[in-house]
Design a protein around this ligand. Structure first.
Ligand SMILES: NC(=O)c1ccc[n+]([C@@H]2O[C@H](COP(=O)([O-])OP(=O)(O)OC[C@H]3O[C@@H](n4cnc5c(N)ncnc54)[C@H](OP(=O)(O)O)[C@@H]3O)[C@@H](O)[C@H]2O)c1
Length: 346
């Protein structure tokens, strides 16, 4: 039973009045702080904790915020675009979701966002370089800045999301920057928890949705690239559970349970969506790179040259750390229909 599940029990008196009774299980001891939980477990409870989720407006972020809010944790949700955080507001009870505007280059705003928090999550990441931010700005300097300010502000826990393939020797600049980001985070926050998920699938993913819309770009490398897709809800569950675990320093690999080729994923998407297999040709890498470079000049995100590079890199063959975290990862075949049904023709 989780600590929150055993949280405040209400005792119903004969006159029908409910009172709260606290036990030792209701007291969650965090480094430097004792949080008193109250209320029945769930959205209207209070875990006594405050969390800040940088990158909450992204794909994974919304599920992490939802899971934390459901535990009764007050969640600070830093945002850049006013409209990007609206859906987060309803995930928690009144006053439990606290939106705050931030800029990744502003020490002051970062400090304001995290100074009251017991745990800080850094989910900030970008698959492609933009006009204003390169991979270094987002994954290295940005991560370092958040970790440094969290440490200076005395935040007890820091969770940083990297990538399963993060490596300084990778041909992909994205994976290189993720590896460098991990080093910088650990430099400033020694007991940081680093999480390395594989490619994630879910409603707003850039895996199943992208395969359904752009099968041609998943035929690169003769469809032989092998990846280990992981369900975003499993990753979000692990991230949320860190808030109630005593201490979790170290690096956790979170690959999916199966290693699948692009060929398998293309046929899975085709069978679930009832769309015939794509007849698009296999584009050579040099042509794909040239097209991706040209596409940098259009003003909406298209396949970037670094993403082309990544489509030729197999996911690393490392053991997952799921068992130690109490979560069993799901198979993609069990959930693909949920996320792909919308691509079936009427
Ligand atoms: N998706 C995957 O398959 C996958 C797999 C392994 C690891 N990861 C990592 O997991 C983390 C979350 O992934 P995700 O799929 O949720 O990413 P996402 O949907 O692209 O969301 C990224 C988040 O980072 C924020 N962000 C990006 N650039 C920023 C900048 N310059 N300044 C401030 N905020 C910025 C975005 O804010 P805005 O909304 O304001 O742009 C958004 O909240 C990332 O670090 C990613 O690299 C993802």
């Amino acid at each position: 039973m989780s600590m929150l599940a055993s949280a405040s029990r209400s005792v119903r008196l004969s006159r029908g009045i409910a009172i709260q009774k606290r036990g030792y299980a209701d007291v969650l001891t965090l480094p430097g702080k004792t949080a008193i939980q109250y209320g029945a477990p769930g959205r209207s409870a209070s875990s006594g904790q405050v969390a800040t989720v940088f990158g909450c407006t992204g794909f994974l972020g919304r599920y992490v915020v939802a899971k934390l809010a459901k535990l009764g944790t007050q969640v600070v949700v830093p945002y850049r675009e006013e409209d990007e955080k609206r859906h987060l507001k309803v995930m928690g009870d009144l006053g439990q979701i606290v939106p705050m505007e931030w800029d990744i280059r502003s020490d002051q705003q970062i400090e304001e966002c995290l100074r009251h928090s017991d745990i800080v999550y850094n989910l900030v990441g970008r698959d492609y370089i933009t006009k204003n931010y390169d991979f270094e700005d987002v994954h290295v300097t940005g991560a370092e800045r958040i970790a440094r300010i969290a440490a200076e502000s005395g935040v007890p826990r820091f969770v940083h999301v990297s990538h399963l393939n993060a490596s300084k020797d990778s041909p992909s600049l994205f994976y290189q920057s993720k590896a460098e980001g991990e080093v910088r985070v650990k430099e400033y926050f020694k007991d940081a928890t680093i999480v390395r998920p594989g490619s994630m699938y879910g409603y707003e993913d850039r895996l199943l949705n992208n395969i359904a819309i752009w099968p041609i770009w998943w035929k690169l490398n003769n469809m032989e690239t092998k990846i280990r897709p992981v369900h975003m809800l499993d990753v979000a569950q692990v991230l949320a559970s860190f808030s109630s675990l005593p201490a979790t320093p170290g690096t956790y690999n979170l690959p999916g349970p199966s290693t699948l080729t692009y060929e398998y994923l293309l046929s899975l998407v085709s069978s679930v969506t009832y769309q015939p297999p794509s007849k698009a040709p296999v584009v050579p890498k040099s042509v794909a790179l040239a097209l991706a470079k040209a596409a940098q000049y259009i003003w909406w995100p298209a396949l970037s040259p670094d993403e082309v590079e990544r489509r030729f890199i197999d996911d690393v063959d490392v053991e997952g750390d799921w068992a130690s975290l109490g979560v069993e990862p799901s198979e993609i075949e069990d959930f693909a229909i949920n996320y792909l049904r919308r691509y079936r023709s009427a």
